[in-house]
Write a protein that binds this ligand. Structure first.
Ligand code: SDX
Length: 431
């Protein structure tokens, strides 16, 4: 195949380069289109537009493939530890024993948070949504960890970048645990750094005051798997937000804070909370899934089947498959008989046999079953998207670092103007 594309407009023929990725994906390079033709492309929602070349995560939506740095999500979810996956996403290789031990030790050394952050946390009303609190506290961390412009070329900047990454990996889990515990009226604590990374996260979240903490391996394993499954997903809405905010040379912490806000939306990470609220509404309404399926297909009804459909996957979301099996395992191991799971399975079965969903290739996505596990782990609905954000931190860091190392230009899309043409100002009496 030629490595050129030809664009014919009127009598003109414009030749554009074709880019081929390592998985044989093809892209037309339009980076010089406007300069050479004064023409731009238009693509609301960027459904057909690549924003960058990236070596971090590969998705194949038709085949339901997801790989982090070439490793399949199935293998990582089964065999890896979340901190190993964080290292893999950020640095491109699985860590050896020394590298992983160093990362965990450096995280422990950075696991103190200025007491003034607690005062900011305490200033939020109890009703404040945890995602708004987490985004604010992440941004507030900048005040206590002043950052500088990173060129990422010199060794000093590499060390500085490493320190910023370690601070985020150290402090975000504490903030997540604090937000969770404050909502439950529990004392805040820093956890136990003699434990592993995920073990400590679960202890910080679930340790009850005045009671000896007994680690529940089912819970730790479930948390580890969920964090790995949420760790990255190439150029989704919140990751693209982190990249574009970082492209202005805003700091890593500020870019991650923006990513948290983008993830909050119910069409994106907020869907896991919306799925549980939908399933609970169906249960309360008597479990009539057909009624809700009809609402989801009715264009005059704003109701959508939350947890279904995906911009990229036009086959099963491989994460949903893993989470569905894990949900079954966990509910069995914890001896929980939750009718919500049966409603979810019933809804899935009906949707997979319904022409509307089949024709539009709408399958369960990562958010459809994850809330059932969070609920079984006694995490409240409003904290579900915070758990998604906790998992996505390494992916956001990896993309911010890649964008800065590649010295990518500031993100600034163009537009097609459809407003008023030139007109003269008129004084108020004549309007
Ligand atoms: C995540 O991008 C990522 O990678 C995100 C994510 C990640 O890891 O970062 O995977 C995480 O955000 C998963 C998605 C979670 N969101 C939801 O579950 C919300 C429900 N889903 C939909 O809102 C929707 O499917 C989106 C937002 C996920 C995708 O929207 P698109 O790609 O813009 O598709 P669309 O809205 O153009 O829908 C195409 C058709 C439309 O019908 P027609 O106009 O063709 O008749 O499918 C219909 C839509 O109305 N449709 C749905 C539907 N999703 C799409 N109809 C009913 N219920 C749904 N859930």
């Amino acid at each position: 195949m030629s490595d050129k594309a030809k664009l014919k407009i009127g009598g003109r023929e414009i030749e554009l380069d074709l880019i081929t990725g390592s998985e044989k994906e093809l892209g037309i390079d339009v980076s010089n289109l406007r300069v050479s033709s004064n023409i731009i492309t238009l693509d609301p929602g960027y459904k057909n537009t690549g924003s960058c070349k990236s070596a971090i995560t590969f998705l194949n939506g038709e085949k339901g493939i997801l790989r982090y740095r070439g490793y399949s999500i199935e293998e990582l979810a089964e065999k890896a530890d979340f901190l190993e996956v964080a290292f893999l996403l950020i640095y491109g290789e699985l860590p050896n024993k020394e590298e992983l031990e160093k990362l965990l030790n450096d995280i422990k050394e950075n696991s103190i948070i200025d007491e003034d952050i607690k005062k900011i946390l305490e200033s939020f009303p109890k009703s404040a949504h945890p995602m708004g609190i987490l985004s604010s506290l992440t941004s507030a961390l900048i005040a206590f960890n002043p950052e500088k412009k990173l060129s990422l070329s010199g060794n000093e900047d590499q060390d500085y970048m490493y320190n910023s990454i370690v601070k985020l990996l150290a402090k975000i889990p504490i903030l997540v645990a604090w937000v969770h515990r404050r909502r439950k009226g529990l004392p805040l604590d820093y956890g136990d750094y003699s434990l592993g990374y995920v073990e400590n996260i679960t202890k910080m979240m679930f340790q009850m005051p005045n009671l000896e903490y007994v680690q529940n391996d089912t819970l730790v394993n479930a948390m580890n798997k969920l964090l790995i499954l949420h760790a990255d997903h190439e150029q989704n809405c919140s990751t693209s937000t982190v990249r574009i905010v970082g492209s202005s040379e805003a700091s890593l912490f500020a870019s991650i804070s923006a990513g948290i806000s983008a993830l909050w939306g119910r069409l994106h990470g907020g869907a896991n909370q919306a799925v549980l609220e939908m399933l609970e509404a169906i249960k309360k309404d008597g479990g009539d899934t057909k009624k809700f399926m009809s609402k989801a297909k009715d264009k005059s009804d704003p109701f959508r089947l939350m947890g279904f459909g995906h911009r990229v996957y036009k086959n099963f979301d491989p994460r949903a498959k893993i989470i569905k099996v894990t949900a079954d395992q966990i509910l069995n191991e914890l001896g929980i008989d939750d009718p919500i799971l049966d409603i979810a399975k019933g809804l899935e079965k009906e949707a997979l046999e319904d022409d509307y969903f089949v024709d539009r290739k709408l399958y369960p996505n990562v958010d459809f079953y994850s809330g059932i596990i969070y609920k079984a782990l006694n995490i409240p609905n409003e904290m579900f998207t915070v758990m998604f954000a906790l998992g996505r931190i390494p992916g956001w860091i990896a993309h911010w670092r890649e964008m800065r190392k590649n010295n990518e230009p500031i993100g600034r899309p163009r537009q097609i103007y459809i407003g008023e043409t030139l007109r003269n100002f008129s004084d108020i009496e004549s309007r």
